[in-house]
Ligand binder design. Structure first.
Ligand SMILES: [Zn+2]
Ligand SMILES: [Zn+2]
Length: 88
């Protein structure tokens, strides 16, 4: 079953789970991430971009997407390419 570009965009925007993997191997951004939020002056700057609660990692560093999210990103790229092929 093929998802449309709009469906894929919606899935990506509504992806609430942590989707980024840190150099420490734990997950970053998203709800219930082991990384704390990055706080500045009492305000959250970036969700899940602070210290890791599961190890000594002091700052989230992006390495890759989890495969479930990477797949959505790839499918969205394909959907965009398909639209551009038919419109040119
Ligand atoms: Zn980390
Ligand atoms: Zn960690």
């Amino acid at each position: 079953m093929k998802m449309t570009l709009d469906e894929l965009t919606g899935r990506i925007q509504n992806f609430k789970k942590p989707k980024s993997v840190c150099r420490c191997g734990h997950l970053g951004d998203g709800e219930l991430s082991p990384h704390e939020d990055q706080i500045h002056g009492g305000y959250t700057l970036a969700q899940g971009h602070g210290r890791c609660r599961s190890c000594a990692c002091d700052k989230f560093t992006w390495v890759r997407w989890i495969s479930e999210f990477a797949e959505l990103v790839d499918l969205r790229k394909e959907a965009i390419d398909a639209i551009q092929r038919t419109s040119s």
